[in-house]
Write a protein that binds this ligand. Structure first.
Ligand code: BGP
Length: 464
């Protein structure tokens, strides 16, 4: 007997500030690392994006029309603190006040990500996350958000995909500035983020007893490339390094021992200040949010060479000489962008996370990037997206039937926005935004087929 979705299930969708808002230098916003990064010339930059900053009312009205119960968005840190810390930008505060009020006027629950890749550039210039002072800046920023929005925002996410920032940081604007020991420096940044996150979680609980807060990593099930014991061991190593390092620190306030042994072996261990472990212990999450797109497959790596193998054109370059190497999973189909599609892996990972941490789960990203076609009469027939989402929603329901506590699903993305790596032709939304890679056109909003389909799913509290 398949269990139904819980009656208060948070059906929604996700975006992030730099990918959707545009208005990159308006109303006092400071530059972020994303704005200042060397941009690939072939794809859209983030200056205008979907211009949600000026269209948010229209956009939220459309989300309400779909029946959204929740909307997960991020606050641009550099809109609140143009210099990263110090002087507050009232216009930035004002914008998010309006956005939150607009959501609440439709009974849409705001789910607020505090930091989604777009570190204020002023902080980066002082060393970014390598500099311990960024922890203090984040704490000040977190407190400001709690003070201004804590009366209306119940669900808080700390850092989006911290594990991806560390494992693939160079493409997200937080690459290491220390050329001598880049990897050690990245794990130093990671440690600072863990401390910052724990402080924010503790502060949230002190200031807002009714609020709930959690981390939002990208979690994938890791498969061994074969049933060979060495491949299984490699998959286990990678799971600990990629997934549990981050969640163990967030939930248990401890470094995962397998990941720590790896850091020691490689000489990457972070320098800690006295009391850091107590800080990690003191800030605990109320739930785990995570993003899921695909699984990963790895086999053993015997080489000490830099043979960096990777999984085709999937966005992860996976490999650690002597430990694991990425491998293609021949059993899975791929998206137009080469990402393997694995709905069953979603159920596996929901089970894995829940059995490991016993905390309620919310999915904060999941979706399909594709080249959508705008047809005559403003039609976007994105049946491939409907298929992808349907298959994943089916697996959530099976996981719920397995006993996993899942309280929300916010696919990526609520509305078309600019992809982190591949411009605005790679679309994820339920709502089409009429723009090209370089021509922003009229930015008109168009309901895709998936919009009408998801509207029914929500109205039905699940699939037919
Ligand atoms: C996640 C990020 C999002 C989003 C998504 C899709 O890693 O949290 O910001 O970009 O991936 O990735 P892409 O835009 O590269 O297709």
């Amino acid at each position: 007997q398949i269990k139904p979705f819980p009656s208060k299930f948070l059906w929604g969708g996700s975006t992030s500030a730099y990918q959707v808002e545009g208005a990159w230098n308006e109303d006092g916003k400071g530059p972020s690392v994303i704005d200042m990064a060397n941009h690939v010339p072939e794809v859209t930059d983030f200056k205008v994006a979907s211009d949600h900053y000026h269209h948010y009312q229209e956009d939220i009205q459309l989300l309400a029309e779909m029946g959204f119960k929740a909307y997960r968005f991020s606050v641009s840190w550099a809109r609140i603190y143009p210099e990263g810390s110090g002087e507050l930008n009232q216009k930035g505060i004002q914008f998010y006040h309006q956005l939150i009020d607009e959501l609440l006027s439709y009974n849409i629950e705001p789910i607020l990500t505090m930091y989604h890749f777009d570190l204020p550039y002023a902080l980066e210039e002082q060393g970014g996350w390598s500099n311990r002072k960024t922890v203090d800046a984040f704490e000040q920023y977190a407190e400001t958000l709690f003070d201004h929005f804590g009366d209306r925002v119940k669900y808080w996410l700390t850092i989006n995909e911290q594990n991806m920032i560390i494992l693939h940081g160079s493409s997200i604007g937080t690459s290491s500035q220390d050329s001598e020991n880049q990897q050690q420096d990245l794990y130093q940044q990671n440690h600072h983020m863990l401390v910052a996150q724990a402080k924010a979680m503790a502060l949230c609980h002190r200031k807002l007893p009714n609020a709930k807060i959690g981390p939002a990593p990208n979690i994938a099930p890791i498969y061994p490339a074969s049933s060979k014991s060495e491949d299984i061991l490699a998959a286990n190593s990678y799971t600990n390094i990629r997934n549990w390092l981050y969640l163990d620190a967030a939930v248990y306030g401890q470094y995962n021992h397998v990941a720590w042994a790896y850091l020691e072996k490689k000489g990457y261990t972070p320098v800690m200040q006295e009391g850091d472990m107590r800080i990690l212990q003191a800030g605990k999450p109320d739930f785990i949010a995570f993003n899921y797109y695909t699984s990963q497959t790895v086999g053993e790596s015997t080489g000490g060479d830099m043979d960096y193998s990777h999984t085709g054109d999937q966005h992860e370059t996976v490999g650690e000489p002597g430990i694991y190497r990425g491998s293609v999973n021949e059993n899975l189909k791929k998206t137009e962008f080469g990402w393997e599609i694995d709905p069953v892996g979603f159920r596996t990972v929901l089970r894995e996370i829940y059995s490991r941490y016993h905390l309620p789960l919310i999915v904060t990203e999941n979706g399909l990037g594709a080249f959508d076609q705008l047809e005559e009469g403003d039609v976007v027939n994105d049946t491939y997206r409907i298929d992808y989402l349907r298959q994943h929603i089916e697996q959530i329901q099976l996981a719920i039937t397995d006993g996993v506590d899942v309280f929300g699903y916010c696919p990526w993305s609520a509305i078309d926005l600019v992809s982190t790596h591949q411009g605005s032709s790679k679309r994820y939304g339920f709502i089409y935004v009429n723009r090209d890679e370089f021509d922003v056109k009229d930015l008109r909003r168009i309901r895709k087929q998936s919009f009408y389909w998801y509207q029914k799913v929500i109205a039905n509290n699940g699939l037919e």
